[in-house]
Design a protein around this ligand. Structure first.
Ligand code: SF4
Length: 412
């Protein structure tokens, strides 16, 4: 497993696999081909089907400018290696001087065909929760200490502080911004309205949900508007973890140091999913994005509340288990409907999972590793309609009922 720095990436939304990954690929390709006088980029699979809504073509052109760039949306060819595939071709005097195939594998990470994944090293000696649990038990350390042991306490703490700062800034910006989210859906920003929603008498349950949802909406609306956020584990699922962590800080009065510990534990959970399954909606549906985010947030909350490794595992497992089969069907390919609301529901579900895990007995039937494996198999079985192609589910229904325009180029 790689460093948590590879999982928690600070950057601009709206999509880690459709914006951050292609952006990174275009930057690297431009730097390598500074002689080029023309670029051509071909998008396949989910990138071709939902690239417009996710601003893939826009961000690639922005990076490659002022060199003229043509983008093709190849809707016919299926790429068997990964659904998020793109070809970058550089020309000089109408002759091809370089060509690469890139897979945007989720969370902003890219893999260039024939090369290792962005030179990132596998620094963790263990790859399953079971192995980590056994190691921690033998050394009598908790999961946070384990992360520090592998990554170096000072180094990882410094990085996680930046991550936490970015998450809090996104919440605060999102809560104080109103107006409309960019795109043809013309969605109203609702974080402030939700956060300030008041009944004559507010019950504790409504208060928890109001605050968690307000925080989560704030981050997701920032993401959908191209604001700075943290992949947790992806842009599409970036609202769940910050919402739960900020709730623990503002409502439960936990200090930043403790929150950073929770962030490290959440990162470990996300890393395990990324290593053994997938965090890509295009590969395994929304269970891989929002399901993983919920699992990470539940584990973080469990650590912050002082629960041990076993209860943290239970929390993460319960949170993932009840997202199994969750489809990815973004309307018009925007990371807006159902994504924003879905993050808020997952934030509430994360805390529920943590509290439920406290009540369950010691006997465990389903391990975290088993649920991750199941998620991956389920994702592979999902029809491509439900893996970020916007050709099934809510995306299909909504477009049929409203004003579906088959011409992808006219979606903006
Ligand atoms: S539905 Fe889920 S996986 Fe799909 S784009 Fe939205 S958040 Fe990402």
């Amino acid at each position: 497993m790689q460093s948590l720095k590879e999982l928690f990436k600070i950057g601009s939304g709206p999509s880690s696999s459709h914006t951050m990954g292609p952006k990174r690929a275009a930057e690297m390709f431009k730097e390598k081909n500074n002689e080029a006088d023309k670029f051509e980029v071909i998008l396949y699979g989910s990138l071709a089907l939902t690239g417009k809504g996710h601003l893939t073509d826009y961000i690639i052109k922005e990076v490659l400018k002022p060199i003229p760039t043509t983008i093709h949306f190849n809707l016919e060819e299926e790429c068997k290696v990964h659904p998020n595939t793109l070809d970058l071709i550089a020309y000089k005097n109408n002759k091809i001087i370089d060509q690469i195939r890139v897979y945007s594998v989720g969370g902003g990470t890219i893999k260039i065909e024939g090369q290792n994944e962005e030179n990132a090293q596998n620094i963790y000696p263990h790859t399953t929760f079971e192995e980590i649990k056994t190691y921690c038990k033998a050394k009598n350390i908790n999961l946070y200490s384990y992360v520090c042991e592998v990554e170096g306490k000072e180094e990882i703490t410094e990085y996680l502080k930046q991550v936490w700062e970015t998450m809090q800034n996104a919440i605060n910006r999102g809560l104080s911004t109103t107006g409309t989210i960019p795109g043809s859906l013309k969605l109203k920003r609702r974080a402030k309205q939700i956060f300030e929603f008041m009944l004559d008498e507010e019950t504790p349950e409504i208060r928890i949900n109001r605050i968690l949802s307000g925080y989560s909406y704030a981050v997701c609306e920032e993401n959908a508007s191209g604001g700075e956020i943290v992949t947790a584990p992806t842009c599409g699922a970036c609202g769940v973890l910050p919402a739960v962590l900020y709730y623990m800080k503002t409502e439960k009065n936990y200090k930043d140091d403790k929150i950073i510990e929770g962030l490290a534990v959440a990162g470990l959970i996300g890393n395990l999913v990324k290593t053994n399954a997938s965090i890509s909606g295009a590969e395994c549906g929304c269970q891989a994005e929002v399901g993983t985010a919920c699992s990470m947030a539940a584990a973080a909350a469990a650590h912050i509340l002082g629960l041990g490794t076993s209860r943290i595992e239970n929390s993460a497992e319960v949170a993932m288990e009840h997202h199994l089969g969750l489809t990815c069907d973004p309307v018009y390919g925007y990371v807006q409907i159902p994504c924003i609301e879905r993050n808020a529901v997952a934030a509430m579900r994360a805390l529920d999972s943590t509290y439920l895990s406290m009540m369950l007995g010691k006997q465990k039937y389903i391990s975290f590793d088993m649920v991750v494996e199941t998620m991956y198999e389920t994702g592979k079985d999902l029809s491509s309609h439900y893996r970020e192609t916007s050709s099934g589910g809510l995306a299909k229904k909504y477009c049929r009922n409203k004003y579906y325009n088959k011409d992808m180029s006219k979606q903006e």
